[in-house]
Design a protein around this ligand. Structure first.
Ligand code: GDD
Ligand code: MN
Length: 392
């Protein structure tokens, strides 16, 4: 039987968790999983941990890990790592402990994994889903803007509710993610994790849910979470464009090399119409070496470096034609301007064309297609194997 682990982060949720666990256990009876609940409590001063420990006497499938409070994301990371490596989960569920997520939605969420989907989101922003009508306009705006930022800054265009905290995820997706590189401590974890999963090729499904306002206790979402969220969204944006950014940096050094070579040739009395193309070829070779060794380093390279070098040169020569043509025209049109300005203005517009051709031709590469089986067979650690046998 497939193993399910529901990760419940708690901070000062004693009364909520005491009520939630029995209700959740009822739902777990009807799902076709061997189900476990893992509470991740950050030493809540209200005694949440002790309350869970006493419930553990009644439920053998209830687990607790405790630690320092570092934020929701940090708690989820610890919880997920424990669910994967110690409890050997096949499916991990994220859920709030304050009844904002209805335990009765759980069977539907799990069923959607069979669509097939790898990452199922209980979504407030698909037709049929909702946020509480009692939410103030500030809280609505907060949530709406957060999702807009996630979609259009972090690039999660196709997902409506990127920040949702109610999710069912195949472990085979989570095992491909290096949690130590998710630099998030707070609520930004939700988009950071989703972004990684989407990047791996995980199939996302959104099911409508009604998000209910908590009746007991209060939200832990703070200003530092909002700041981290915005920083993280932009970081994701930059990271997604990292290859292009590196290509531009290489190109910028190439411009320096180009202009230096050009000036040197002019100083040696070489005709400017000869100095321009020669300077370009010097920078082409320079750019190729740097792009090959740095920008596109991560791409497996099927072809010989000589072939790649030749292609890079062909792309660059096409650019050279465009650049040289522009240079001639500019130098005729503006005879009073320094020739370096003409040369510079001629180089810049070809950058986009250059990147496109080099990325899709010279250094072409298709990311490997990944499969995320529902039955997860981890490269099991000894600990995982031991727990698998004691728990199953
Ligand atoms: N262990 C631990 N540590 N748990 C935490 C921490 C923490 O630092 N911060 C929050 N939690 C727990 C809470 O106890 C609760 O069970 C759950 O995480 C959600 O926290 P809330 O404080 O109730 O969050 P919310 O209702 O404001 O936010 C909800 O909506 C957000 C999007 O609008 C959650 O579903 C978020 O996950 C979601 O991003
Ligand atoms: Mn809440």
């Amino acid at each position: 039987m497939l193993k399910l682990v529901i990760v419940l982060p708690t901070y000062n949720e004693r009364e909520n968790i005491q009520a939630l666990i029995p209700v959740l256990q009822e739902q777990l009876r009807v799902v076709p999983y061997q189900a476990h609940i893992l509470v991740v409590d950050d030493n809540s001063p209200d005694g949440t941990g002790a309350a869970v420990q006493s419930l553990m006497r009644s439920y053998v499938n209830l687990h607790l890990i405790t630690g320092e409070k570092r934020g929701l994301g940090a708690a989820y990371i610890r919880g997920m790592q424990h669910a994967l490596s110690v409890l050997a989960a096949d499916v991990v569920v994220e859920m709030d402990s304050d009844f904002s997520h209805d335990p009765a939605d759980l069977p539907r969420l799990l069923k959607a994994l069979e669509l097939p989907a790898d990452f199922v989101i209980g979504s407030r922003y698909v037709p049929g889903g909702s946020i509480p009508s009692s939410w103030s306009w500030q809280r609505r705006a907060n949530s709406r803007v957060g999702n807009l930022v996630a979609r259009y800054v972090a690039g999660l265009y196709d997902v409506r509710d990127c920040t949702a905290g109610f999710r069912a995820i195949r472990s085979s997706v989570l095992r491909q993610i290096d949690f130590s590189t998710l630099r998030v401590k707070g609520y930004a974890f939700q988009i950071a994790l989703l972004h990684r999963a989407v990047g791996l090729g995980a199939r996302v499904a959104e099911l409508p849910v009604h998000f209910v306002d908590r009746k007991l206790g209060e939200s832990k979402l703070g200003i530092s979470d909002i700041v981290e969220f915005l920083v993280n969204a932009w970081w994701i944006r930059l990271w997604s464009a990292r290859t292009f950014i590196k290509f531009c940096i290489v190109g910028a050094t190439g411009v320096g090399i180009n202009l230096a070579a050009f000036s040197a040739l002019l100083a040696w009395g070489v005709n400017s119409y000869l100095a321009s193309p020669v300077a370009v070829e010097v920078s082409i070779l320079w750019n190729f070496m740097l792009n090959n060794a740095w920008t596109f380093r991560y791409r497996p390279k099927a072809e010989h470096i000589g072939i790649r070098g030749l292609k890079f040169n062909m792309v660059s020569l096409a650019s050279l034609a465009v650049t040289f043509g522009t240079f001639v025209i500019l130098s005729k049109l503006f005879p009073d301007l320094p020739l370096q300005i003409d040369q510079l203005a001629a180089i810049l517009p070809t950058t986009a064309m250059n990147y496109f051709l080099n990325s899709y031709w010279t250094f072409k590469w298709h990311p490997p297609a990944r499969e995320f089986p529902l039955v997860d067979t981890p490269g099991a650690t000894a600990e995982a194997v031991r727990n698998r046998s004691t728990l199953s």
